[in-house]
Write a protein that binds this ligand. Structure first.
Ligand code: 1CP
Length: 361
C-alpha cells in the first residue's frame, strides 16, 4: 500500500468504535453535488460518468465541499451504478431524469450474459486511482470514505432500468424468480466484497454500503433478499482486511427505510448503523445499544429548507438525543440539489458547537 500523510482528524473513526471524542463528527450524504455551483461548473463541461472516470475530476469534486464546510470526512465522488457497468450493463445519466439502463434485465436468462467474474482492478481501476489521488490531496485532514451500493438496491436498478417510486418490476422478480434473484444477488455480493476491499487497499479509511431501497421491502422480504447479503458483505470485507493485516476501517450500513430491521442490522458485523429520519434517535439507541453499535444520522434533509434558527434548533435536538458517544452526525438521506449551501453550513457548525456543549456538561 502507498504511504499516505497521517490522519489529523480521526473523530469519525473514534466515533464509529464508540470511543471518546471531543465533539461529534459530521458529514453529509451527497455533500458533493448539484447544490454547489462549483460542482455545476464541472458538470457543465463533463458528463457524469466522465467525472467519475477521471481521477483528477472525481478528486476535485470530492474536495469541493471540504473547502466550504468544516466537515469531518470526505466521501469519494462516484456512483453506486459503476458495479452494474463493471458487470457489463450500460448506464446513462440523463439530466433531469437520473440513471437510465437502455437494456435492463427483462428475463433471468439474461443474468448469464453478465460478466460472472469481473476483473475489478481493470473495470473499476479508475475509482481506486481517484481514491489514491484524493487520499494524497487530503493531506490527512479528514478520513476518506469509500462506498458501494448493496445487492438489492443494485438489482432494483438493473431490473427496473432506472429510478422508480415502487420498483415493482424488480420486486416482482423476487416472487416470480426467487432462485434466479438469489443468483444475481450472490454475483453482486461477491463483486461488492472485492470492490470494497480494493477501495481500502487504494486508500479508503471507512466504507459505507448503501441499501437505499430497503424501505420498499417488507421485513420478511428484507431478511431473505437484503439482510443476509448485507451481512455477508460486512463479514467478508472484515475477514479479507484482517487477512491483509488492515485494521480500524469502520463499516457503515445505510438501509434506508429499514427501521423495522434495526435489531437484525445491529447483530451484523457493521460498526455503524446509519438511520433515516423516520426513526427516533432514542428509540434507535435502545434497540442497537445491546450490540454496542454506533449510529449515524439522521436529520431530515427537508429541515435544511427552514430558517437558520429552525436548523439550529432541530440539529441541537438531534445531537442531544443521540448523545456524544458513538454518534456520527449526518442527514437521514442525501442533500437535495436545490438546497442552499448555507443551510449545510448551519447544520455542520451546530453539530460541532452543540456536541462540545453536551460533552462539557
Ligand atoms: O448529474 C448529476 O450530477 C447527477 C446527480 C448525482 C450525483 C451528484 C448522481 C446521479 N450521483 C451522484 C453522486 C453520488 N451518488 C455520490 C457521491 C458522493 C457524495 O455523497 O458526495 C454517492 C455516494 C452516490 C450514491 C448513490 N447513487 C445512491 C445511494 C445514496 C442515495 O441517494 O440513496 C443512489 C441510490 C444512487 C443512484 C443515483 N445516481 C444519481 C441519482 C440521481 C441517483 C438516484 C436515482 C433515484 O432517485 O432512484
Amino acid at each position: 500500500m502507498t504511504d499516505f500523510p497521517s490522519l489529523k482528524n480521526d473523530l469519525l473513526i473514534r466515533a464509529a468504535y464508540c470511543e471518546e471524542v471531543e465533539r461529534t463528527p459530521v458529514w453529509a450524504m451527497r455533500q458533493a453535488g448539484r447544490y454547489l455551483k462549483e460542482f455545476q461548473e464541472v458538470r457543465a463541461k463533463h458528463d457524469f460518468f466522465t467525472v467519475c472516470r477521471t481521477p483528477e475530476l472525481a478528486c476535485e469534486v470530492t474536495l469541493q465541499p471540504l473547502r466550504r464546510f468544516d466537515l469531518d470526512a470526505a466521501i469519494i465522488f462516484s456512483d453506486i451504478l459503476v458495479i452494474p457497468q463493471a458487470l457489463g450493463m450500460e448506464v446513462q445519466m440523463v439530466p433531469g431524469k437520473g440513471p437510465v439502463f437502455p437494456k435492463p434485465l427483462i428475463h433471468p436468462n439474461e443474468i448469464k450474459a453478465l460478466n460472472q467474474d469481473p476483473d475489478i482492478d481493470k473495470e473499476l481501476g479508475y475509482v481506486f486511482d481517484a481514491i489514491t489521488l484524493t487520499r494524497k490531496k487530503l493531506e490527512g485532514k479528514v478520513p476518506l470514505i469509500g462506498f458501494s451500493g448493496a445487492p438489492w438496491t443494485l438489482m432494483a436498478y438493473m431490473v427496473e432500468g432506472g429510478s422508480s417510486a415502487t420498483f415493482s418490476k424488480a420486486r416482482a422478480w423476487l416472487f416470480q424468480y426467487p432462485e434466479e434473484s438469489e443468483l444475481l444477488l450472490n454475483l453482486l455480493t461477491n463483486t461488492i466484497i472485492k470492490y470494497l476491499v480494493n477501495q481500502v487497499k487504494a486508500g479508503a479509511q471507512t466504507l459505507q454500503v448503501f441499501e437505499s431501497h430497503a424501505g420498499i421491502l417488507g421485513s420478511s422480504t428484507f431478511a431473505k433478499f437484503s439482510l443476509q447479503y448485507l451481512s455477508r458483505i460486512a463479514s467478508g470485507v472484515k475477514k479479507e482486511l484482517s487477512d491483509l493485516g488492515i485494521s480500524r476501517v469502520p463499516l457503515i450500513v445505510f438501509a434506508k427505510g429499514a427501521h423495522y430491521a434495526l435489531e437484525e442490522l445491529s447483530a451484523t458485523d457493521y460498526d455503524v448503523i446509519s438511520l433515516d429520519w423516520t426513526i427516533d434517535p432514542k428509540r434507535a439507541r435502545e434497540i442497537s445499544s445491546a450490540k454496542g453499535k454506533a449510529l449515524q444520522g439522521n436529520l431530515d434533509p427537508a429541515v435544511l429548507y427552514g430558517s437558520p434558527d429552525s436548523i439550529n434548533c432541530a440539529t441541537k435536538r438531534m445531537v442531544e438525543a443521540f448523545g456524544a458517544r458513538g454518534h456520527i452526525a449526518n442527514l437521514g438521506h442525501g442533500m437535495y440539489p436545490d438546497l442552499k449551501p448555507e443551510s449545510l453550513k448551519a447544520f455542520v457548525d451546530t453539530v460541532h458547537s452543540a456536541s462540545q456543549e453536551c460533552i462539557k456538561n
